[in-house]
Design a binder for this molecule. Structure first.
Ligand SMILES: [Zn+2]
Length: 70
């Protein structure tokens, strides 16, 4: 018996521009969002604030670790 050589293409459901969205900065997870919604979120004031705060914390902890090492 011969297997057909055609590689079974993964059935990609038509996503209709909907996808999962996870924002670690805002600590949110959304199951279905459109790309537009994601873009809107990423440009939102809240997100930008959270983004800055997130990296500030990272920088501070990084600096503290460096200070401790000295
Ligand atoms: Zn966000």
């Amino acid at each position: 018996m011969k297997f057909s050589q055609t590689v079974s293409t993964p059935r990609t459901k038509k996503q209709m521009g909907q996808r999962k969205f996870n924002c670690p900065y805002c600590n949110i997870y959304l199951k279905r969002v459109s790309i537009k919604q994601v873009q809107k979120h990423n440009q939102g004031n809240k997100h930008v604030q959270n983004y800055i705060e997130y990296w500030k914390k990272v920088m501070i902890t990084h600096q503290n670790e460096q200070n401790r090492a000295q």
